[in-house]
Design a protein around this ligand. Structure first.
Ligand code: C5P
Length: 289
């Protein structure tokens, strides 16, 4: 075990598109999604300790929402790698939160991924990327995508990833002071089954080409998320924020993951800053970082 602290930036993600294909027998949903890490990040630091524990700090309203024990995903991740690493021992895991909680930005999964990767180094486990992804898969559907540290196309439950090419894009990120729990969003998608057809979005080939070319003008109108209709029906303010972003001149706007955050696509940094001004608390970010 190394005696020094190991620090990782745990980057948030955006789902540039999220396609829900069907509900599976195990209760999860078969997905297709382009997941892109963005500049917004928590900071995760792991250092040697006698026992294994998590400390959470950051802006008061963020840190207060994240439990340090019990269901903290970073602690679950630490236990999962400890399970397969022969050299596992104690560790102090410090998380400095910047990513809104339950905002569809993958904050918890990012912290879990950074913890797995940091502890692999701290403890000298020597696990390769495939072994780390296996551990991540057991912790949460999004964790392998966050471990990849680059844009990926994710499929299956979310746990099957392949590298994707995305040129850096600028976004204004609109957070809400409430989150949407992923199980709720997917259950609402199930419940709205007989609403009408078109619950599964289009083949993403054109969107993937625009993202690979960095053609934000072409990409804007192609952004989509199949969880938007069920979530907007229960939280109309999220749908209104998307409309307002488009009215304010965003090239496109999409709810990330299961919500609540809305990402507005900009032409460049200056445009993202101008868009962010229209929303209190909005953040300018770019991705991949
Ligand atoms: O895998 P994870 O624990 O992050 O998923 C949280 C919840 O989101 C699941 O319990 C499930 O209700 C829902 N989910 C889903 N289909 C997916 C991913 C998540 O239904 N592909």
């Amino acid at each position: 075990m190394t005696s020094r602290a190991i620090r990782r930036d745990a980057h948030a993600k955006l789902n540039v598109f999220l396609r829900v294909l069907r509900r599976r027998r195990d209760g999860y949903h078969e997905l297709e999604s382009l997941v892109v890490p963005i500049s917004l990040a928590d900071r995760v630091t792991v250092s040697p300790a006698d026992s294994l524990y998590v400390e959470v700090s950051g802006a008061k309203e963020l840190a207060g929402e994240v439990p340090a024990g019990g269901l903290n995903l970073a602690l679950v991740a630490a236990l999962a790698i400890a399970d397969v690493c022969e050299r596992a021992s104690g560790a102090r895991i410090r998380i400095y939160k910047r990513i809104p909680v339950a905002g569809g930005l993958g904050g918890g999964s990012a912290d879990a991924a950074a913890t797995i990767s940091g502890l692999n180094e701290l403890w000298g486990c020597g696990l390769d990327d495939a072994a780390l992804a296996d551990i991540g898969r057991r912790v949460g559907s999004d964790v392998p995508a966050m471990l990849a540290g680059r844009p990926v196309l994710m499929r299956g439950r979310g746990d099957r990833t392949t590298p994707a090419s995305v040129v850096r894009l600028w976004w204004a990120l609109v957070p809400f002071d409430f989150g949407v729990r992923a199980p709720d969003a997917y259950r609402w998608w199930d419940e709205d089954e007989d609403e009408d057809e078109g619950r599964t979005g289009p083949d993403p080939a054109a969107l993937l080409s625009a993202a690979a070319a960095g053609d934000a003008e072409a990409l804007g109108p192609l952004l989509f998320n199949d969880l938007e209709p069920p979530v907007f029906a229960r939280h109309p303010e999220i749908g209104r924020a998307k409309e307002r972003a488009l009215e304010a001149g965003a090239l496109g706007a999409v709810m990330s993951g299961s919500g609540s955050s809305v990402a507005a696509l900009a032409r460049d940094e200056a445009h993202a800053k101008a868009l962010a001004k229209a929303f209190p608390g909005a953040m300018v970010c770019s991705g991949p970082p």
